[in-house]
Every structure is written in C-alpha cells, then in structure tokens.
Design a protein around this ligand. Sequence first.
Ligand code: TYM
Length: 369
Amino acid sequence: MPDDDFVVTPWRVEGQIDYDRLIEKFGTRRIDAAMLARIEGAAGEGHFMLRRGVFFSHRDLGSILDAHAARRPFFVYTGRGPSGSTHIGHLVPWVFAKWLQDRFGVMVYFQLTDDEKFFAKRDLTLDDTHGLARENALDFVALGFDPKRTRVVIDTRHIRHLYPIAAQVAKHINFSNTRATFGFGGETNIGMIFYTSIQSAMCYIEDAPVLIPLGVDQDPHFRLTRDVAPLIGRPKPALIHNVMMPPLQGAGGKMGSSDPNSAIFTTDTPAEIRKKVNKYAFSGGRPDVAEHRRLGGNPDVDVSYQYLRMFFEPDDARLAEVREAYSSGSMLTGELKSILVERASEYLGAHQQRREEARGGLDGYMMAE
Ligand code: TYM
C-alpha cells in the first residue's frame, strides 16, 4: 500500500481508514458543527447518521443549501453496482437519500451499473449483473421512496439517455487522469477505463444541481466529474459522504458482498444473523468475565456496538444506555451481541416483507426507455 497504510478506491478498501487523513488526501470538507446546524435547519429536523458522524464529509453541500434557500430545485442521485446481494452498508446512503426526499421533496435517481460490475468481475456475465440489478433495486424500493419522485436507471437498459452526456464527459478525461485516480494498469480492460463517464452522466440527467449521498469509496468518480463540469458548461455535483461500515471481523477494510462472512445481508434470516454475529462480530470485551466486570468493554472497537450506532439503533437515549452498560462492565459481549441480533432481525424482517411487496411494482419505478 503506497504512501499510506490504507487504500480507498471504488473497487478496493483495505486497512484501517483514518478519516481525517482521507479528507486531506481526497480534498473534501468535514461536516463541522456549523454545517450540521445548517442542514438540520433546512431539513427542519436532524438525522442520527448526521449527528453521529456516519455522514462525515462533503463537497459543496453549502451550494445545495443555498439553492434550496433561494427556492431553486435540486435533485438527489445515488446508485449500486450489482455484484451480489445487498448488505446493510449499501443501505446507509439509500436510507439517507430517502430522508432527503422526505424532508426536501426532491426527485431521487438510482443508478444500477450492470455494465460496471460486468467489466470489474471476471466471474459475472452481463445476464448475471442485470438480474442482480433487479434484486438490488428491490432493496432500494423497499425503503419506501415516493414512486412519483423516484426513477431507477439500469445502465444497459437506459443507455440511450446516458450516452450523449457520457460522451461529453469522456472527451475531457484522458488515460493519465483515470490511471492516476483509480490505479489502473496496462491489463485493465477498456470498459473500466470508460466507465466513469457513465456514472458521471447521471449527474446531468436533470437540468438542476445534484446532491449525491454515497460511501466515500465512490468519491474518486465524482472528483473527475467535478473537474470536467466547467469544461462542458455544467454545475459540479455536490456530495455527502458516509464512512464505510466495517466488516463483522472489525479491524480494517469494509463490509463487502464478496465475503459473505463479513456482512449482514438484507436477505439474511434471524438464524443466519445470530450465527454470523456470534461467530464473527469483533468484540471490544475483555478476555474473561471477571476482568470485563471490573474494567468494562470498549464500544469504540466493538463491531456490534458500531452497527447499532451506525444503523440499527436510531434512538440516542437507548444507544447511550447500551454504551454506558457495556463500558461499565455491567453488560457482557454476549448480551450486546443479542441486542444487535434482535434489532437487526426486527429491522430486516420488516424490510424483507416490503422487499417482496416491491417485486410486483418495480416497473413503476423504472425510468421510461
Ligand atoms: P456499490 O454497489 O459498491 O455500493 C453502493 C453504495 O454503498 C456504499 N457502500 C458502503 N457504505 C458503507 N459501508 C460499506 N461497507 C459500503 N459498501 C458500499 C457505496 O459507497 C455506494 O454508495 N459504482 C457504484 C454504483 C453507483 C453509485 C452512483 C454509487 C453508480 N452511481 C452514485 C453512489 C453514487 C458501486 O459500485 O457502488
């Protein structure tokens, strides 16, 4: 790993991410107290993911809030590369996109990049990624987006809407830029090299400024888009970044769909969740009960606690109770794991029901061809 002990790119996240250093390296802005107050003021309420720093960084969020204050429209765009089942890390930016739609009444576009994952994954056919795109879209729709204000786009199906814009973008990105941004080499296929322009094109699907909630690993695509924007006479996309949910094993990298034991998937049963959490979830507990009771556990490294903080426990008072009990030693790791299993099973049980209900109505969310 070159000059750092962690790597964050759209196709690779490794090592223990130092988010302060990442902000510096990527050249983004931290969401400080003033920005937090501003977005909460504009929305009329807060969101636990903002308050707790799950969304920690941005680019030009202020310009979107300016537009909103001046009653000028903006829209929201996010996406998924269909390479496997959806896990709860993927849901983080989507839950936030839903909140933005509710609070600001905006259009939300959801891009499924079946072409990208076909290019990136040796073992997947285009039929595979196209099928996965539909399955992943169910997880998105299940979050309760307003059908009148939401459009799902699948790259290979809607390409004619994207291609004229992608061509504009592609003309201004040269190979040296992409190679430097993504670490491509001579063996990289040319689909991958062109792909960024397809992800960029969605920023201009409407003639209004865009706000993109996304995991920070996706930032490099839009760094290139932002460089190109003035050259094609378009506004720079604004971004709001979430941290990467750690794998169940903790310590570095991200929850990823390529390692089933690293992730809680939206389709997992309560038994599967319990088995995975009990077996793999990294614990901040002490080696034995006596020591744990005496010294307490460390919630900051405990993955079960972190999943509650980042996703499954929106109630601040309840989260604080868990933190206090675990840190003081009155709650053991097994008990903390049980709370996570219970909350996750409850959340995903309801999600799975809405996901099945979404199946019949999915076409109603698709962009017209
Ligand atoms: P993909 O499918 O890798 O991920 C979808 C979204 O989930 C975020 N994400 C995570 N967030 C928190 N913790 C994790 N462990 C985690 N893993 C993934 C990603 O950052 C992403 O926001 N090329 C994209 C698809 C795409 C897209 C977009 C994403 C197309 N247009 C616009 C964001 C915004 C991809 O492969 O995402």
